[in-house]
Design a binder for this molecule. Structure first.
Ligand SMILES: [Zn+2]
Length: 309
């Protein structure tokens, strides 16, 4: 440590500049690290910060579910009535009902879900930043002020983009939220899928808005269970995103390994990813990306330092 500081000071004195001196000091840190390989421990997903954020996010999502449920029931019956105005519902074939259900689902306006964005963004950011902080501890690197600023900026970018994507939106160049047809794992898309059977039934049986709203109370689409799963999965996403920001910007991490979660009973894509062993930091594990790979996935990544490879 003393040697490193001395050299950095020397470079500064020579007028080489602060940035160059810091780069030099970081390289020395890296060389020291190469001489002392060590096995890194995984970061626990069950730490207090993540648990607290998970409870808050699940609650925020459930609140929107409860508020939106009767409104969505009303939207569904209104759209159904418009689309089947001249049709006698009882004489409709299954195929016709299913075709109309698709139109109803496509026309469902879920824009109100964007009200979730600010809170989601804040919670994702908190855990991305926490994921950055604990990852620096994990790899044993104290970030410089410059790197700290850089990683915080990346955390904000990531959390903002993901919060928008979660409700089927994206942020455009002007900073406005616009509909994102390519959103991955959007709650809005998931909701359409989960409502399909209820919409078909509402068409076939001519269900009233009140009855449909009642039926939707039993639907997984608006359940506490789903809110919890969304919160758990999104925060796992944020945590790993934070870890990766650290690994990339630290300059000491060369690769990563997929750490199979303890809750994996059946073989799935996670097992395949784990079987790949150490891969480069930007590798996408055979196309599935970093964990979580699916809702409720408890897998993780482990960084591999230059020395461990
Ligand atoms: Zn998994």
């Amino acid at each position: 440590m003393t040697k490193r500081l001395l050299l950095a000071e020397l470079l500064l004195a020579e007028g080489i500049g602060r940035v160059r001196a810091r780069q030099m000091a970081e390289r020395i840190e890296l060389i020291k690290r190469k001489r002392r390989p060590k096995k890194l421990k995984p970061i626990t997903r069950n730490r207090a910060a993540v648990r607290a954020a998970r409870a808050s996010l699940a609650k925020a999502v459930k609140t929107v579910f409860d508020k939106q449920r009767p409104k969505i029931a009303a939207q569904i019956t209104t759209l159904r009535d418009e689309l089947t105005e001249l049709t006698e519902l009882t004489k409709m074939s299954d195929d016709e009902a299913r075709a109309i259900a698709e139109q109803v689902l496509a026309k469902l306006n879920l824009a109100a879900w964007a009200t979730l964005v600010p809170e989601v963004q804040q919670l994702l950011l908190a855990i991305t930043e926490d994921g950055i902080r604990v990852a620096f501890g994990q790899i044993g690197v104290a970030p410089s002020l410059e790197i700290t600023e850089q990683v915080n900026l990346r955390a904000v970018e990531w959390a903002t983009a993901r919060a928008a994507e979660l409700v089927g939106m994206r942020v455009n160049a002007a900073g406005e939220f616009v509909v994102n047809p390519n959103a991955q794992w959007a709650i809005t898309d998931g909701t359409r899928t989960l409502l399909r059977a209820d919409v078909v039934r509402a068409i076939e049986e001519g269900t009233s808005t009140a009855d449909l709203a009642g039926a939707l109370e039993e639907s997984y689409a608006f359940s506490a269970d789903r809110a919890e799963t969304i919160a758990r999965t999104e925060l796992a996403h944020a945590d790993v995103a934070g870890n990766l920001i650290t690994y990339r910007d630290s300059g000491v991490v060369e690769g990563k390994e997929w750490l199979l979660g303890s809750e994996h009973d059946d073989d799935d894509e996670c097992d395949d990813a784990a079987a790949m062993g150490v891969v480069p930091l930007d590798d996408d594990f055979g196309g599935i990306g970093d964990p979580p790979a699916h809702p409720k996935c408890v897998c993780d990544i482990l960084p591999v330092l230059a020395t461990d490879a």
